[in-house]
Design a binder for this molecule. Structure first.
Ligand SMILES: Cc1ncc(COP(=O)(O)O)c(C=O)c1O
Length: 361
């Protein structure tokens, strides 16, 4: 099976992990600090706080802005369920605003002024253009699980000029991996401090080395990344730009090779922006048949995503009057085809050949 996404691990990644295994620290130690500083430098943020996953990071980001049960947190319906669950974790109300069919990203004009927070998702690695969004008191937490290394027309994703926090995922199919892992960037020292507390049991230690005292000041969790994971992450970060260029080359080649077929190609990045191409999601007629035939031909297609409001858990979401027609229409034919840095030209040709066979009958 040619997978839709896959990590790229080389000898330098393995050497970085081996070095930690032979060191004194396995859980959070100097490698975690180095990785956090590396990501903060890379995106141009003041602070970066690592977590065990983007899901944990989204939970923490919602927890540190003190949402209450009457607060609504609006995200994109075309996303993984974690983008909405983070509101539920803190007892707030998840909400949805329809997508823009030209970007597959949330249409920020549709986010209610009453929302307390908005979680724009950079779907597939195409950055949401936040610079025109008038926040009017609303918190903005970017779900950039797909978009480390991508750039909007104004800045790198994670630089936070138009948001409070930005969350990344390091799951193996994501732009870089730590096995499992996540990170929040923020320019607020106060939010960074709260995030660090929440990540480790809410505990503050007495700085005096001659005392054992520590105090759990607030409710916290164990959401700590390990040094083993962080060493892998930092090593991967050094290769991130090359991963993004490879993904862009593969995407451009798909655009050429699929141009004459009856498929809709994914939204491209506007001039001046850089797409992360975490996903390459085409739109086809008869999606169920095409999906089945491609799987049977050894092409590891996937669908991103079953919309948030289609899930059983989402009966708690009040949909906008008129529903979410753009999301429904885009979801209807969506199929993610393989894209990842190690995808060979030969495998890409096989993917295109099999798509041709199934869409031209
Ligand atoms: C948009 C989005 N948000 C959040 C997550 C959760 O990431 P993690 O697996 O690191 O918890 C994912 C994972 O697929 C995702 O795609």
């Amino acid at each position: 099976m040619i997978p839709y996404g896959r990590q790229s691990i080389d000898a330098s990644d393995i050497a970085a992990v081996e070095k930690v295994l032979a060191s004194n620290y396995l859980t959070s130690g100097p490698a975690v600090t180095d990785f956090e500083e590396g990501v903060a430098d890379y995106v141009g943020a003041k602070f970066a706080v690592s977590f065990t996953s983007a899901t944990a990071a989204l939970h923490a980001a919602c927890a540190v802005i003190d949402l209450t049960a009457t607060d609504t947190v609006v995200t994109s319906p075309l996303s993984f369920i974690a983008s909405a669950n983070c509101a539920r974790y803190v007892g707030a109300q998840p909400g949805l605003a329809d997508i823009d069919p030209h970007t597959y990203n949330i249409n920020l004009d549709l986010v209610s002024i009453d929302a307390r927070a908005v979680i724009p998702v950079h779907y597939a690695g195409l950055p949401v253009e936040l610079s025109n969004f008038s926040r009017e008191g609303r918190w903005v937490i970017e779900d950039a699980s797909h978009a480390l290394g991508a750039r909007s027309t104004t800045e790198k994703v994670g630089a936070l000029t138009h948001s409070d926090m930005c969350v990344f995922s390091f799951h193996p199919v994501k732009p870089i991996t730590t096995g499992e892992g996540g990170m929040v960037t923020t320019n607020s020292a106060e939010l960074a401090e709260k995030l660090r507390l929440l990540r480790s049991h809410g505990i503050v230690r007495d700085p005096d080395p001659n005392t054992w005292l520590y105090n759990a000041e607030t409710l916290g969790y164990n959401y700590r990344l390990t040094d083993i994971q962080a060493a892998l992450g930092l090593s991967q970060l050094h290769r991130l730009d090359s991963f993004i260029s490879q993904r862009n080359e593969i995407a451009e080649r798909y655009r050429e090779l699929l141009a004459d077929l009856p498929v809709t190609l994914p939204p491209a990045a506007p001039s001046g922006a850089l797409h992360g191409y975490h996903l390459f999601a085409i739109h086809v007629a008869e999606r169920a048949r095409v999906f089945r035939e491609l799987r049977q031909a050894g092409i590891g297609v996937q669908v991103h995503y079953v919309p948030v409001h289609h899930h059983g858990i989402s009966t708690d979401i009040e949909l906008p009057p008129g529903g979410l027609p753009n999301c429904e229409q885009v979801y209807e034919g969506l199929i993610s085809i393989p894209i990842h840095p190690g995808l060979s030209r030969k495998d890409q040709d096989t993917v295109v050949r099999e798509i041709r066979k199934t869409v031209v009958k």
